[in-house]
Design a protein around this ligand. Sequence first.
Ligand code: SF4
Length: 330
Amino acid sequence: MEASAWSDLLEALLPQIDPEVVSVAAMEPLLPHGGQERTVAVLQGAARHGVPAGFVTNGVYARDFFTARADLPPIDFMDVSVDGPPEIDARVRGPGHFALVDDLFRSNVWRVAVNRVYASCVLTRWNSEPRLLSTFLEWMKRTLEEPRLVLLLLYPNEHVDRSMFLNDEDLLRTIDLLVRESRHFAEILLECFPSSVPGLAKLVEQGVLPGDDELLRDDAGMLYGHVEDNLFVRYANLADFELFHLRITPEGDAIPPENLERADYLTGSYGSIQGDGWQKVRQTILERSQARMQRQFHSACGTCPCATLCRSENYRCPLIREQSVKLAIL
Ligand code: SF4
């Protein structure tokens, strides 16, 4: 959709859903030749309705964006993707990307418009190696006055090189390091998808990660718990994503959370927000969400303290794998 269509969509939608936050994410929101105009239209639309808004960027065009645009409303957050220290970031995002982000963070270009800046990093087996992760954290402390870090625990799927998959030891070591470092950070958020680590159940049971009875819902509806004062974990299961997050595609469709990774992301769309109307789309979301909620938990999950946060979505979990093997033998 063009920028004006985004303005119209938000003008009609925001008063009906009254969201906590609007975020422009996925693909690159600051691409020149149209992308920046659309992002500004969304930020301005949110500002007109008093909704905090920001974007997730790779940082490549951020300098141009801030220097060229005189029409920016206050931006609540800018989340810059960087995948670890230079040697790892170069493998994932290409040579020169780390230096570009370093230059952006140190510059003043974003400071007049942006309230909070985050570095967001997908935590993998590669960059969770202690020396590399320590180097990365040291860089953040040196570079930002108020360092804020989002660590997205890798969501393992068929698009990801298996050598990057996190295991339990990688996460244990990482949490140990983050606990020691968290007082130097304004905020560290771990975003954990149920299948990010195979031993999620064990880590919850051991108290390394907060379990069901220690969790709260954040303003965006997602379950979270504290590991330390400035260090918290947010659990991202599909059922919560479906019910509390609305994902709008470049075409103006609302889509289910599992479609985000797919090339055919419009297949199974809830509908077009403007074409079908929000009330019809909302009804479809509620019906599908109800059907998802009614699905039985795996019997191995029983009364595990991870049941609500995971909802049997951890396909790497040894508990459900063992039971499947036993049933296959029987
Ligand atoms: S699959 Fe079941 S036991 Fe394993 S982490 Fe999820 S809820 Fe817990």
